[in-house]
Design a protein around this ligand. Structure first.
Ligand SMILES: Cc1cc2nc3c(=O)[nH]c(=O)nc-3n(C[C@H](O)[C@H](O)[C@H](O)COP(=O)(O)O)c2cc1C
Length: 373
């Protein structure tokens, strides 16, 4: 199928299911427990209304910005998601090339099938950040940091919202599917992590029989872990997975250079707020000190506009990139970025915004604003 027959993320999402085996598709689309947060990430965005402003000269709209000092063509990057080889054989190499061509940022997952070094070889000029978890074994964390420094990664995305695995009920319904991630790494490789561990630990109850302690999260971790990471590297640290003003302030006090407001795409704790619900209080608390980014439920450029208006400097997209990859590899991922960029541009034209700094909070209201009518 030609790319140009698909014109929006929703169409890619529709064909996604047919490209994968049932368990692969479930792994990507699922959320935890009752999937309340997963659904609300979309629903809460839909509850917002845009107040258009007209006759403001939108003949030229500038979408360019910078992320921690690095220039990007538009404020939409790629969130870290595991195992891109399931979607396409070129895996994270294809994703990184798409981001490089579109001149935006890619965050490479800890759980990538391609290593950070290989990804860098194929997308040398692209802006790349590496995702790191709070591993129990800090030697592993440190080794990943050094490798990231040596292979031109410009930031460390420290994901803090996963002290344990989210309860993906639809995925973990039987023993076979619990082992899904182990099978994926056996089949497609385990990127930069291959040297630390043989397979992926997805069997919480059998933790003690698994090799090494790489995949075991440090459940005793406190903000001291962020202090420690800060003391080990000069790379910017972007703390991912924050949902309250209190934790956002702590992240800044412990040396974070930026924060990503995120609930892990509804895959961590269920019933936490939709990311867009949490964004305003976090932007108010720390937005004048560090850059605030956003992910969760972005499916079109209008969603991007809403997140920018409520205080995000940029947004990241997770599943939509996987839809594009599964459809047509690098081209598909690139097309997803292109679609979102075009839609944001259009939304800016309709709202009288010729630059990103024109996208003010006053342009977006909750639907209840109109309940008084
Ligand atoms: C299949 C899948 C795997 C993910 N793997 C990671 C990961 O390895 N590290 C991480 O920080 N977040 C991970 N996430 C969360 C994403 O980075 C991001 O927060 C989320 O997907 C954003 O929501 P969206 O998919 O609605 O755009 C994953 C999400 C999905 C769907």
């Amino acid at each position: 199928m030609m790319n140009d027959t698909l014109t929006c993320v929703a169409e890619y999402e529709d064909v996604f299911k047919s490209r994968l085996e049932a368990i692969e598709w479930l792994y990507y689309v699922s959320g935890s427990d009752e999937e309340i947060t997963l659904r609300q990430n979309r629903e809460a965005l839909k509850r917002l209304r845009i107040k258009p402003r007209l006759l403001r000269d939108v003949s030229r709209c500038d979408l360019t910005t910078s992320l921690l000092g690095q220039p990007v063509d538009f404020p939409i990057g790629i969130a870290p998601t595991a195992f891109h080889a399931v979607a396409h054989p070129d895996a994270e190499v294809a994703t990184a090339k798409a981001a490089e061509k579109m001149r935006t940022c890619m965050i490479l997952s800890t759980h990538a099938n391609k290593s950070m070094e290989e990804v860098n070889e194929h997308a040398k000029t692209g802006l790349k950040w590496l995702n790191v978890y709070l591993f129990r074994n800090r030697t592993v964390t440190l080794d990943m940091v050094r490798r990231a420094e040596n292979s031109q990664y410009k930031g460390l995305v420290f994901t803090i919202d996963n002290p344990t695995l989210g309860n993906l009920t639809r995925v973990y319904k039987d023993k076979e599917s619990v082992l899904f991630a182990t099978k994926v790494t056996d089949k497609h490789g385990y990127g930069h992590c291959a040297k630390y561990v043989k397979g992926y630990d997805m069997v919480p109850t059998e933790e003690d029989v698994l090799p090494a302690d790489f995949n075991k999260r440090d459940q005793s971790a406190t903000w001291e872990y962020v202090d420690w990471l800060r003391s080990q590297t000069n790379l910017p640290i972007i703390v991912k997975g924050v949902l309250t003003a209190e934790d956002a302030t702590l992240a800044v006090n412990h040396g974070a250079n930026a924060v990503i407001v995120s609930n892990h795409g509804g895959r961590a704790l269920d019933s936490v707020p939709a990311s867009i619900e949490a964004l305003p209080e976090i932007a108010r608390a720390i937005g004048n000190k560090v850059e605030v980014y956003f992910d969760g439920g972005i499916r079109n450029g209008i969603d991007v506009f809403k997140a920018l208006a409520l205080g995000a400097r940029a947004v990241f997209v997770g599943r939509p990139i996987l839809y594009g990859l599964a459809h047509s590899g690098e081209e598909g991922a690139k097309n997803i970025l292109e679609i979102l960029k075009t839609e944001l541009h259009r939304t800016m034209a309709f709202t009288g915004c010729s630059s990103l700094s024109d996208i003010k909070p006053s342009l977006v209201v909750h639907e209840s604003h109109y309940a008084k009518l």
